[in-house]
Design a protein around this ligand. Structure first.
Ligand code: CMP
Length: 144
């Protein structure tokens, strides 16, 4: 059914000039772009976004990476949007992501996998709320 998912081009993707290529793939697949914004997020938002990974050994590195520069936050809409977006993005580890997927074509390493997509409808709702909800403006790190 029609649903929305949250997708974010991470700082390395933005730095490498890949926003256009990534947006293009979602459009070509048939998604409709419902919202898009460039912003640099603060530590508190990065920690909330990745809250379920708090106990992981790479959590500090992950938060530092996500707050290191501007990200491109997007809401994409369409049929089975969450699953379709995950298929388009590819496996979390670019080493395992198939060629033809975004990570398979543009990324080399799991710590810099250039794009995030919600892993379930519940995560999508939560992440859309974090990045586009009423309190999102309180979590801008300063520039952009
Ligand atoms: P993402 O899909 O945004 O969701 C969680 C992120 O954690 C994941 O992409 C990776 O960027 C990151 N991640 C997962 N495993 C590792 C790891 N072993 N080392 C560093 N980062 C990781």
């Amino acid at each position: 059914q029609q649903e929305q998912t949250f997708v974010m081009v991470k700082p390395d993707g933005v730095l490498r000039g890949l926003i256009g290529a990534i947006v293009s793939r979602f459009e070509q697949k048939g998604f409709k772009l419902a919202a898009i914004e460039i912003l640099t997020i603060d530590r508190a938002l990065a920690e909330r976004h990745y809250g379920e990974l708090r106990a992981k050994p790479f959590f500090g590195e992950l938060v530092a990476y996500l707050t290191s520069g501007p990200v491109c936050a997007m809401i994409w809409q369409g049929l089975h949007a969450v699953e379709n977006a995950r298929a388009l993005i590819g496996k979390t580890n670019p080493v395992e992501a198939a060629p033809g997927t975004i990570r398979g074509d543009f990324a080399m390493d799991i710590a810099g996998n250039i794009v995030h997509g919600s892993d379930s409808a519940a995560s999508a709702e939560r992440e859309i709320g974090l990045f586009f909800g009423r309190t999102a403006d309180d979590h801008r790190a300063g520039w952009l």
